[in-house]
Design a protein around this ligand. Structure first.
Ligand SMILES: Nc1ncnc2c1ncn2[C@@H]1O[C@H](COP(=O)(O)OP(=O)(O)OP(=O)(O)O)[C@@H](O)[C@H]1O
Length: 265
């Protein structure tokens, strides 16, 4: 394995130590405060699930945590140091709608390795291993863009996993997939976990959250309404927002400063 990559098999940090911490994260767009004073610890080796209604800020929060967008306020630390390029290279993200290069399935995987300096025999070995893991061998020469939605999502997972990330962000990776494709993705997530990868998963599927998750963060209107062990929050939510959402009811909060950052509404 290239020395530029972290070999997760040799990763020895305490399983509960926070790998990533966010403090006081705020993000604004269009004159609105969309993420408001979020504090979060992502524990190493665990699967943190983020749930919340449509528009509550889950995707924005993932993008902030992965360093794709900059917060107006607040800090993100990776192993106690400000998140930088080196930290981001140890992370990967799979988006709700997979982004594919206009190349073959195998070339998409090779590209992910080449940008991290993995070449030659090691690249070939990892490519073959990952194609098999994601059950993509028979599709390896096809243009990635002609794959079905489920196949594209498996490729997106494979492309993220091939670099052995220590932290994997997953934004609704099974939304719009059928049960068999969803199961294939869940198996890949489970496999990554067993190899020591820390997972942050956004999902609307409470069953999936129970199957894969350890900790639950419930977002409401850009704020954390509740956090806790997954089973406890799903079975006995304490916040009004989580109770309403999990119970299938609409919860409209009183207007607060969250709703507007300046002289606004
Ligand atoms: N660049 C932007 N400019 C203005 N508003 C934005 C921008 N990006 C996101 N938003 C708004 O921020 C809110 C949160 O968006 P986000 O995509 O994070 O929600 P979400 O919780 O992931 O929703 P869903 O479950 O529907 O995917 C939404 O109301 C969205 O319209």
């Amino acid at each position: 394995m290239s020395d530029k990559l972290i070999d997760i098999r040799n990763y020895t940090s305490s399983p509960s130590a926070p790998l990533l911490t966010a403090r006081g994260l705020c993000f604004d767009a269009g004159g609105q405060r969309l993420i408001n004073k979020v504090d979060l610890n992502v524990a190493a080796g665990r699967c943190t699930v983020i749930m919340g209604a449509n528009g509550s800020g889950k995707s924005l929060l993932l993008r902030l945590l992965h360093g794709l967008i900059r917060p107006e306020e607040g800090t993100i630390n990776w192993e106690g140091q400000p998140l930088d390029r080196a930290g981001r290279q140890q992370q990967a993200m799979v988006f709700q709608r997979p982004v594919m290069l206009r190349r073959s399935v195998a070339a998409n995987l090779r590209f992910a390795l080449s940008v991290r300096g993995v070449r030659g025999e090691e690249r070939r070995a990892r490519e073959a291993e990952t194609l098999a893991l994601a059950r993509l061998e028979t599709l390896k020469d096809k243009p990635a863009r002609v794959l079905s939605g489920g196949e594209q999502q498996r490729l997106a997972m494979a492309r993220a996993l091939i670099c052995a990330p220590r932290l994997l962000f997953l934004d609704e990776p099974t939304a719009s997939l059928d049960p068999a494709s969803s199961l294939a993705i869940e198996n890949l997530i489970q496999g990554a976990r067993e190899n020591g990868t820390t997972i942050v998963l956004v999902t609307h599927d409470a069953g999936q959250a129970r199957r894969l998750g350890d900790d639950l963060v419930f977002l409401h209107a850009g704020r954390i309404a509740e956090t806790g062990p997954i089973k406890r929050v799903l079975d006995a939510p304490r916040s009004e927002a989580a109770q309403a959402w999990l119970g299938g009811r609409l919860f409209v909060p009183e207007k607060t400063e969250t709703d507007s950052i300046k002289n606004g509404v």
